[in-house]
Design a binder for this molecule. Structure first.
Ligand code: ZN
Length: 277
């Protein structure tokens, strides 16, 4: 039985509905779900397009940047004739073109201590595709405080990292893995060090896959594991992660209870937000 789908929806999602792991029930769960994407760039582009194509009912995009010529080498949701447009508008246009049945909320703003919890709390699941450590730590804290699952991807040069954090369900959080941001300048930015365009496409697509799996509750979650991809070596490997009892966010004696420590932060440190490893 397929729950109340139109003929158009049944055709559009036929290859999903055929999968026993999804079926009509799973497809209805995707339609009922909402996902917040931080960053409409290299990761956010394939992520947004695949979530829209998959029929996730409501997708939020947060980014305060505009499309630049140098983005187009990897940020495939944008187009040459949209240079200068807000990235959230450009990406929303591409996503609606793929699937007009999904609602796309374009938040043309920077995630900050004042808006993070309200934004995170109004979606079921959150994906981090940001390009700086300030946003990554702010988002990780907001997700833990709001009890939202965070699917987090990062890229630099030819390397990608991906994990899922859901400390509210017992797994480690982002700070269990990386307790504090690296010193400013300790990690080079994509602007300084470069990034291989297709690596962002693969990592954003893996991120979309994990987000959809979390919504559908199928397969093995990446919670408790960090997947690392070395594109030059053509090798994936996975590292086991455990919750840290001394974690400042989710440990037995947490010191982070709100986002006040982030309130003083201004401009982001210019890094692609991949930790050296
Ligand atoms: Zn933790």
């Amino acid at each position: 039985m397929i729950p109340e789908f139109s003929e158009t929806e049944i055709q559009r999602y036929a290859r999903h509905i055929l999968l026993p792991e999804i079926g009509g029930t799973g497809q209805a769960a995707l339609r009922a779900a909402s996902v917040l994407i931080i960053g409409a760039g290299g990761l956010g582009s394939p992520l947004g397009l695949y979530l829209a194509a998959a029929g996730v009912g409501r997708i939020g995009l947060v980014d305060d940047d505009v499309v630049d010529l140098s983005n187009l080498q990897r940020q495939i949701a944008h187009a040459t004739d949209r240079i200068g447009q807000p990235k959230v508008e450009s990406a929303a246009e591409a996503m609606r073109a793929v699937n007009p049945l999904v609602r796309v909320d374009a938040h043309a703003t920077r995630l900050d201590a004042g808006n993070a919890r309200a934004l995170v709390g109004s979606y079921d699941l959150v994906c981090d595709g940001s390009d700086n450590f300030r946003t990554r730590y702010l988002l990780a804290d907001a997700c833990a405080l709001e009890r939202r699952t965070l699917v987090s991807a990062a890229v630099l040069r030819f390397e990608g990292q991906l994990s899922t954090f859901r400390p509210h369900r017992g797994g480690p959080c982002y700070r269990c893995l990386y307790p504090a941001p690296p010193r400013d300048g300790a990690v080079p930015s994509c602007a300084e060090a470069g990034v291989f365009g297709a690596v962002t496409g693969v990592m954003g697509t893996l991120q979309a896959t994990e987000a959809l799996k979390e919504i559908l509750d199928i397969g093995d979650s990446l919670a408790g594991r960090l997947m690392v991809w070395d594109a030059l070596a053509a090798r994936f490997h996975t590292i086991r992660l455990s919750p840290d009892p001394d974690c400042p966010l989710c440990g037995t004696h947490p010191t982070i209870h709100d986002l006040s420590a982030h309130a003083a932060s201004h401009a982001p440190s210019g890094a692609c937000a991949i930790h050296a490893g």
